[in-house]
Design a protein around this ligand. Structure first.
Ligand SMILES: [Zn+2]
Length: 273
């Protein structure tokens, strides 16, 4: 009975989209309540800005063996390769603009509905979207800065790129230390201050929303779990499964930009009521 199959498929499809609409609305309502709202973002929020998801399908790390921190510190060859890859990545970043999802978070900030963004991304797009830096915790650092691994001095990326362009393939500090983007590499420990601040905000929030993260890198998975255990309402917007799917209040399998722009519209309506 092909007709009835099609009909039932259509009903299933429309009830599914109704269900998604309902989940988006529940999330919008939670945001508009004016409690403490924390947003946790991963690579999935930036793919719509043209930034590759390192670990995802077709991601950079699937094509190349990652350069571990220890290799960077012990091998000049690894440092040259590190900067060669960064150079390509930075060209992508130069062109990247915040997308609908970043802009929605900036809207929440402007409406006084955003306490903190905790991000795994190093692309700086939350800042580019207009959210002030005191509202952003960058767990994995930021590629717009360069740090000396010996004395800790910070250099602007622009200066280091000029050196690379003029042939310095593994730039070093005035102290002789190795220069590296101020980001966390594989095998490098997470910045304690940022991690502590992230847990503090997870503990003290009313609403916690994961956007575009598979929550596979620790301590990423622990942060939403912690927020939930302390009583927060937990929404997850991600295209694939996460280890927190079972404990969340709302699970939305949509692209970040599409979901957030719909949520933003609903929040703006709720604020007028
Ligand atoms: Zn130095």
């Amino acid at each position: 009975m092909p007709y009835s199959m099609t009909k039932s498929q259509n009903i299933a499809k429309s009830s599914k989209s109704k269900k998604v609409e309902d989940k988006l609305f529940q999330t919008a309502k939670a945001i508009a309540k004016r409690g403490k709202n924390v947003f946790f973002t991963g690579a999935g929020i930036s793919t719509e800005s043209g930034i590759p998801d390192y670990r995802g399908k077709g991601g950079v790390w699937r094509n190349y063996r990652p350069i571990y921190f220890n290799d960077f510190m012990t091998s000049k060859e690894a440092r040259i390769e590190y900067w060669r890859r960064k150079h390509h990545l930075l060209k992508d970043l130069d062109k990247a603009l915040p997308n609908q999802a970043h802009l929605a978070l900036n809207y929440f900030h402007q409406m006084g509905l955003l306490n903190m963004i905790i991000t795994q991304n190093v692309d700086g797009l939350h800042r580019k979207s207009g959210v002030p830096k005191d509202k952003i915790i960058e767990l994995h650092g930021n590629t717009t800065r360069v740090r000396c691994m010996s004395c800790g001095d910070i250099y602007p990326m622009k200066d280091v790129r000029e050196r690379i362009d003029s042939g310095d393939s593994a730039p070093e500090c005035h102290c002789g230390g190795y220069l590296k983007t101020d980001t966390i590499s594989f095998g490098q420990s997470m910045p304690a201050d940022e991690v502590n601040r992230a847990f503090f905000h997870a503990r003290n929030c009313d609403f916690f929303c994961v956007i575009g993260s598979t929550l596979l890198v620790q301590p990423a998975a622990q942060i939403p779990q912690y927020a939930k255990s302390k009583g927060a309402f937990l929404s997850i917007i991600n295209l694939s499964e996460t280890p927190c799917d079972q404990i969340c209040d709302i699970m939305i399998r949509e692209k970040a930009g599409e979901a957030l722009s719909k949520i933003m519209q609903q929040v703006s309506i709720l604020l007028c009521l």
